[in-house]
Design a protein around this ligand. Structure first.
Ligand code: ADP
Ligand code: MG
Length: 253
């Protein structure tokens, strides 16, 4: 059983404070969704947990199994079990998915340990079968000329191979048509289980029809202003975010 604990986190970019005292706790086996209007700091939160160097934590902490990750570099955090699926995955021309994934798996092994090619491919193909991904897919260059759905599939396959303790998924649904959305949801649902915690960041309720969250949080003005179960997502879908903003303004005159 693992835990990811965000404690009264404050984050600035340049001079501007973006995350303003955000607290959230996730245990393995749980799926948490964070929803909120654009520009509210959702991506900033994901980036800062993953260890992006541009974002400065001015106070608070992020604890993985009780241990602060803030002093760790991004790769060290990945080795500790954090995974970030990007909102806009990069293209890496000339590098096949199979080789990219192999390097990623190798990078997570202890120094001096060699990845066995046979067992690597066995594992890769098993994960691809589970996610219903065609074998031919791994010969293509990472994300080069991929459709939105294929890019997301590639992210999910990475997640399956790296077996993180916690996956942060930033607007994995953005720009996807309904078929691609289903692919993402099926992938996440296939990986869902007692060993994985998921933080799903999304602007729209749509994705949550396919990935049913255990908890839904509303982020506004750099903090969590409301938490509930999946019915909160439906309420937001029906009423929009204006009432959240009004409530916040009343509570913070
Ligand atoms: P969300 O994901 O909720 O839409 P973001 O975390 O992307 O919100 O952005 C929150 C705020 O931080 C916005 O006002 C945005 O303009 C600002 N911001 C995000 N990234 C940067 C950056 N690299 N440099 C300067 N400002 C940024
Ligand atoms: Mg964002």
């Amino acid at each position: 059983m693992s835990s990811l604990e965000i404690k009264n986190l404050h984050v600035t970019i340049g001079e501007k404070e973006i995350v303003k005292g955000l607290s959230l706790q996730i245990s393995s086996g749980e799926v948490h969704a964070i929803m909120g209007p654009n520009g509210t700091g959702k991506s900033t939160l994901a980036m800062v947990i993953a260890g992006h160097p541009d974002y400065v934590v001015t106070s608070g902490d992020v604890l993985l199994d009780g241990k602060s990750v803030l002093a760790m570099e991004a790769d060290e955090r990945a080795r500790s079990g954090l995974f970030l699926a990007f909102q806009y995955p990069s293209e890496i021309p000339g590098v096949s998915i199979a080789n990219f994934m192999r390097a990623a798996v190798q990078a997570r092994m202890a120094e001096g340990e060699e990845l066995d090619a046979t067992s690597y491919y066995k594992r890769l193909y098993a994960k691809m079968d589970m996610l219903k991904i065609d074998r031919k897919f791994t010969a293509r260059s990472v994300n080069e000329g991929f459709s939105g759905g294929e890019k997301k599939r590639c992210e999910i396959l990475q997640m399956a191979m790296l077996e993180p303790k916690f996956a942060l998924m930033d607007e994995t649904d953005s720009g996807l048509d309904i078929d691609a959305l289903r692919i993402v949801a099926e992938g996440v649902n296939a990986l869902r289980g007692p060993g994985l915690g998921v933080l799903l960041i999304t602007h729209y309720q749509r994705l949550l029809n396919y990935i049913i969250p255990d908890f839904v949080h509303v982020m506004y003005a750099g903090r969590i202003v409301k938490s509930g179960d999946k019915s909160l997502a439906l309420e937001l879908e029906a009423k929009g975010y204006d009432w959240v903003k009004k409530e916040f303004a009343l509570a913070n005159p």
